[in-house]
Design a protein. Sequence first.
Lengths: 150, 140
Amino acid sequence: MMFARAIGDPNPIYRDAEQAAASECGGIIAPPTFVQASAQFDPDYPLRPKPGVPWHGSGREPTGRSSGSSGEGGGGSLHAEQHYTYHRDLHPGDVLTATARPGDSWEREGRRGGKLKFSENVVEFRDEEGELVVTARSVAVRTERVVEQS
Amino acid sequence: MPLSARNLAKGDSHEAVVVDNLTRTQIVQYAGASGDYNPLHTDEIFATQVAGYPAVFAHGMLTMGLTGRMLTDWVGDGRLVSFGVRFKRQVWPGDTLTATATVEAVREDDGRHYADLALSTTNQDGEEVLTGSATARIDA
C-alpha cells in the first residue's frame, strides 16, 4: 500500500481486501513494479544509509563524508532500462526468493554523458515452491561525466 | 474492465496524466517505499553541489511506476504478461508527465488473446522521458 501510494495509484486492488476478493484476481495484488522494493530486504543494499557507515549524502559537508573528501564529481551509475516478465500475480503473504545473475555488458559513445558502459542484471523472483513469479532484467549505464541538460 | 480482442485494433491508444507538478516529497516518498535512498534523488545539496545536477531528480522506477498506473488502469488488474521500459531523460521536480499506450498488435496464441502495446511517457515540454512496451492478456 505504501508502494502504491508512492506511485500515486489509488487502485483498490492494491489495498481493499473485500473489493479485491470479488475481482478476477481473487485478492489484493502487488503493483507491477513492486519487486523493486526488494531492496528493503537486501541487508547490503548500497543505496540505503546504515548505522555507523559513512553515507555520501550531505551532512555537515555537502558530500556527507568527513571533510577532505571531494565526492565523486558527477558521472556515476544510472538506471537505463527495466523489463519485467510476469508469471503470476503477486499476493500478500507470498515469500519470494531473489536470485541475481549478471547479463551482457557493452559500451557505446553517448551524446550527452561521454562514453557509456552498459551492464545487465537479471533477477528471478521465485515463490516458496520454487515457481517463477517475476523475472526482472535491468540495464545500468555508467557515464563518464554528468549528463548534460539539453 | 479488461480489454477485449473484439473491441481493440492496432493504433488504438490510451493516455493519462500520471503526475502533475511532481514534488520533491513524492520523490522522497518513492525512496522510502522502494528502499532506494540514493542522494541524487533525496538530497538537493548533494545532487547540486557534489554531483553537479540542477536539482534532485526522480528515480527512473518512479516514472515506470507512474506509467504502470496508466497501463493497469487500461488493461485491467493482473493482466500484464510483460512490461519493459527504457529511461530516455531525467524527470525533475515540477514536471508533469503524460503516459500513453498504443496498440501495436492484437493476437491470439494457443487460444488466448493478447495485446502488444507501445509505451511513451512525455513531460510538459513534449520530451519523451520513457519509452517501452508491454503485453497484456485480453478477453476474446
